[in-house]
Design a binder for this molecule. Sequence first.
Ligand SMILES: Nc1ncnc2c1ncn2[C@@H]1O[C@H](COP(=O)(O)OP(=O)(O)O)[C@@H](O)[C@H]1O
Ligand SMILES: [Mg+2]
Length: 402
Amino acid sequence: MSEAQPRIKVRGLTKIFGENPLPALRLLEQGKGRAEILAATGAVVGLQDVNFDVNEGEILVVMGLSGSGKSTCLRCINRLVEPTAGKVLVDDIDVTALSEKDLLAFRRTRFGMVFQQFALFPHRTILKNVEYGLEIQNVAPAIRTERALAAIEQVGLKGWDQHFPSQLSGGMQQRAGLARALALDPDVLLMDEAFSALDPLIRRDMQGELVTLQKRLKKTIVFVSHDLDEAIALGGRIVLMKDGRIVQQGFAADFLANPADDYVRRFVEHIDVLGVVTAGDAMREAACVAEWSTTADEALGRLEQSGDPAVTVVCNEGRFQGTVEAPTLRGAGTTPIRLLLSDQDACVVESATLTSAVAKLASGRGEIAVVGPDRHLRGVITNTDLVQALARRNGSSAGTAR
Ligand SMILES: Nc1ncnc2c1ncn2[C@@H]1O[C@H](COP(=O)(O)OP(=O)(O)O)[C@@H](O)[C@H]1O
Ligand SMILES: [Mg+2]
């Protein structure tokens, strides 16, 4: 992920709500707190010195409790809310410096928005709703119908184009809302609690579908959510906000491993550890590795010294071949180890979550290898390592009892 290019750069973004924001801005710069500024000036600090990048083709989740500044942040990106200070750069174009006219054109061609309220026109068919943005852009009728139908198909609503919004379920209406944004083929999708009004099961489906759609269409998505499970399901980086500021940004697993403060710790307290910690996070170096020409006697000697439950066998190029345990090696003398391999399937890729590692460990012999995409050995996880990894996480959250 190191080659990812920032598509959007948010720098020093600050928003103060109120008639006269400048005195409040000055107090903010002097280090005064939100409550103090509200009392002194009547102005509400919505965002304070927010900095983050959104990379090309990623789903970045802006997360936080209600009132933490998520919507303000999202709306400052396309200036539906006018920032008080700071910059937003999209492909190095300074959105905050655009004239009103240029801004409208920029918004229309670059950004698609999807909200929690589907905001469909009740008296227009789904097709006419999805065509709406294209209509405003004066796209020729035949072309806009073609593009709208393609978008309707992308979100799984094929055949529903002549229906009216009230004839569709909430989930389907939200799909139509998404189709309306996609019909304009924007580079950047801004989604504000887009799935929060949906029933949990439908919500899950939509999260999965958005991930699939995003992989296919390669949009850059900023997704606002107050729900950690949703952020994890979307699988991307998370910017966690509190009181208008960013408390931490990174992957959910980073929040677990190194929470910036108690707020973050509390946020991730009930996280499904197995679902977010990767095999790569939990592995350690294999203590007993042997190439496949190693003899059984030699491997047994090494295994007993190492304390590992099994010998991890690799080929000359370091690719994982399988494991062998002590009982198999005993009495096998000078037999090369490659003839004694037992479990060739005892491995997971480093990006897999611990859920798949647990499944393999449960069916195996207490140790699995962790490999790169080409089966190159990266490390191992034993039953003991797994239990220790879980105990560490629980230990850290147990310390935060309120
Ligand atoms: N138009 C507004 N006028 C005054 N205060 C506002 C306005 N919009 C938002 N706020 C305040 O800014 C803060 C952040 O709000 P918001 O971005 O809507 O939070 P979130 O989306 O995380 O729930 C809140 O304290 C909210 O009351
Ligand atoms: Mg909001």
